[in-house]
Design a protein around this ligand. Structure first.
Ligand SMILES: *Cc1c(COP(=O)(O)O)cnc(C)c1O
Length: 343
């Protein structure tokens, strides 16, 4: 028997639009966005560009499409991008850049803190030689696996890329979480990059949508690619209104999610069978002693606690978001305590 999930820690993608967000959607002014006529989409794009202190932005249905279009805008056929093995835009996007863009990925191992070693990046940049793909782009991700990239590292990696003439893209699906953790603006985290993709539909709570942000010519190229990939949308103001609402109301509260993640991590860390890494942001990774991994996960599922497994069979990922409150964290910890007390 499967039990309905009562407290859903599977992902911050599961958030549902709140009544005021739905109201903003229902009352949004709309027009045909492919003609550039949708005032709400235009407002979202201007708002996003300003928030990130860049020239222009483009509204897209998904973060996957935003990354694909960014890669295709920076790279031509036969070019290459340097990227982490664990990066979303390498590992989790169905190989889109290779399939649809004829762009070769050059994946590098992620270190435990999510970074790519500068020496690995430098060694992977190919000289101008007809044997090689042309190395064009460095793609980083922040946050990555819930971790915030150190700003000193980002500066060093992007400076290195620039020295070799590479462009830099940030997969900033959760860049607002990184900004909240560091206490800096999202614009400052975007500053070293030519382009940034940002998800509105994760911790920010919109049902659909991402934005891609960059220079005016870059976004003009991206707009053409969006059309080519079937992403031109008509009265998209209905969904852009949710994204605008998210940017206006749900950014400042992300630190509450981080506080709840810290409480969850501390509660789980009380059990010697659970090895918990201290969360930077809204994700808690837990390595469960192999002997109990299966019954523990089954017990959580049977008690309505939704989680996913992460990088290994015995690793769990718990994600905090807008729709899991402090009370939900306490309720989940109660279930965990029950499991161990019944030992
Ligand atoms: C979720 C995610 C994406 C893709 O977003 P979708 O809207 O699910 O396509 C890209 N990058 C990262 C790091 C993500 O977590």
């Amino acid at each position: 028997m499967t039990v309905a999930i009562r407290h859903d820690f599977r992902s911050d993608t599961i958030t549902r639009p709140s009544p005021p967000m739905r109201n903003a959607m229902a009352t949004a002014e709309v027009g045909d966005d492919v003609f550039g006529d949708d005032p709400t989409v235009n407002r979202l794009e201007i708002t996003a560009a300003n928030l990130f202190d860049k020239q222009a932005a483009l509204f897209l249905p998904s973060g996957t499409q935003a990354n694909l279009i960014a890669l295709m805008s920076h790279c031509e056929r036969g070019d290459e991008y340097i990227v982490g093995q664990k990066a979303h835009c390498y590992r989790w996007e169905a190989g889109g850049a290779a399939v649809l863009g004829s762009i070769q990925p050059q994946p590098l191992n992620n270190q435990a803190d999510g970074t790519l070693l500068l020496a690995d990046i430098e060694a992977a940049i190919k000289p101008d030689d007809s044997h090689f793909a042309r190395t064009r782009l460095l793609a980083l991700e922040n946050t990555t696996g819930g971790k915030v990239l150190p700003s000193v590292y980002v500066a060093a990696a992007t400076n290195l890329a620039r020295r070799y003439g590479l462009a830099c893209h940030l997969d900033g699906a959760r860049v607002f979480n990184a900004a909240a953790m560091l206490g800096v603006s999202a614009a400052s985290l975007a500053q070293p990059f030519d382009s940034v993709s940002v998800c509105l539909s994760k911790g920010l709570g919109a049902p659909i949508g991402s934005v891609l942000i960059g220079s005016t010519p870059f976004i003009a190229k991206a707009r053409r690619l969006r059309k080519m990939l079937g992403g031109g949308m008509r009265q998209a103001g209905i969904i852009a209104a949710a994204g605008l609402y998210a940017l206006e109301h749900n950014v400042a509260r992300l630190s509450e999610d981080h506080a709840n993640a810290a409480i969850l991590a501390a509660g789980l860390a009380e059990f010697t069978e659970l090895s918990v890494s201290a969360p930077d942001t809204n994700m808690v990774f837990v390595d469960v002693a192999p002997a109990i991994a299966v019954p523990f996960s089954a017990y959580l599922a049977a008690h309505g606690i939704g989680i996913t497994s992460a990088y290994t069979a015995t690793q769990q990922r718990w994600v905090i978001h807008l729709d899991v409150s402090r009370d939900a964290v306490e309720a989940a910890l109660e279930v965990v305590r029950d499991f161990f007390s019944k030992g």
